[in-house]
Design a protein around this ligand. Structure first.
Ligand code: ADP
Length: 288
């Protein structure tokens, strides 16, 4: 299975260029689309989910033209948007049954079985008779995945799903996605580097509508090995350090600044070598 995105461009009417010649090849597994707010992730996700037109370029899912053959794509697509409205008064089981009917599962027996299986998979079976208005944000997101998986999609698009989840809910949600991502294409758009680190076998970094990198998280981190250095710097020396070195990030710990620096070899006195992380890859890539 392959999704091939070629030279996608999108400029909104107000002149914002949200996608600029975006090309990516995505295969089965978890694909992370990382980028800061405003990078163009949602625009790309909505375009792939056939909800928005591109100005130029194309996308093909196993030979299907994603931009033109919309019905065909929709039959193979599951989508969890950043925000989706749910009727707070309806129970989880009734709402999912309703979505299943909308998705075209006409037989009641088939629908009941699909709904039960998805509510179990997303760990919501025990809460099936609760109204959606009483659900926590983590439960709502898991319900969102249940509705997105109706009809056995080959391509699942999940837009910023962990924003606003507490650590326990987030971990539960990521585990759920990890299980799904083994047999289909899952595109996870996020600004949280750790989501990609934990889950994804491939990723791209997008900024200002441009793909800056496509590589496995492991490969990208590996390329930085031996080139990341750390030093504790008193406040009075911080400014000079920031101008003197290629600083990746700084962290304030107990009144001193711990500075991470990129350098091909030992940058200066007081630095020690540290293991590279995907955060380092992300900061260096986005800041150029
Ligand atoms: P992300 O999901 O990475 O935060 P978006 O795709 O939402 O990025 O936005 C990319 C850029 O396009 C931003 O500058 C945003 O303000 C702009 N944008 C998004 N949607 C619209 C719209 N409907 N009209 C005009 N500009 C938009």
């Amino acid at each position: 299975m392959q999704l091939k995105i070629s030279n996608l461009c999108k400029t909104y009417r107000n002149g914002t260029r949200a996608l600029s010649d975006v090309s990516l090849t995505v295969t089965e597994g978890m694909f992370g689309l990382l980028g800061p707010n405003g990078a163009g992730k949602s625009t790309l996700m909505r375009t792939l989910a056939t909800l928005q037109e591109a100005d130029q370029g194309g996308a093909e899912l196993d030979g299907i033209d994603v931009l033109k053959e919309k019905d065909s794509v929709r039959r193979r697509l599951g989508y969890l948007p950043q925000e989706f409205g749910l009727d707070p008064k309806v129970t989880a089981i009734d709402m999912l049954d309703h979505f299943a009917a909308l998705k075209g599962i006409r037989s009641k027996t088939e629908r009941t079985s699909a709904v039960e299986s998805l509510l179990r998979q997303t760990n919501l079976w025990d809460s099936r008779h609760k109204r959606l208005g009483t659900f926590s944000s983590g439960m709502k997101q898991r319900f969102g995945i249940a509705q997105a998986l109706l009809g056995d999609p080959q391509l699942l698009i999940v837009d910023e799903p962990t924003a606003g989840l507490d650590p326990e809910e987030r971990s539960r949600f990521l585990n759920l996605l990890a299980g799904i991502g083994q047999s289909i294409i899952v595109i996870l758009s996020t600004h949280i580097v750790d989501d990609v680190n934990q889950l994804c076998t491939d990723m791209a970094i997008l900024n200002r509508g441009t793909v800056l990198l496509q590589e496995s998280p492991q490969g990208a981190t590996g390329r930085l090995e031996g080139k990341v250095w750390e030093k504790e710097v008193p406040r009075s020396e911080l400014e000079q350090t920031l101008t003197e070195y290629k600083v990746i990030s700084t962290k304030l710990i107990g009144g001193t600044h711990r500075v991470r620096v990129f350098a091909e070899s030992m940058p200066g006195p007081g630095f020690s070598a540290v293991a590279a992380t995907l955060d380092d890859v992300y900061f260096l890539t986005v800041r150029g």
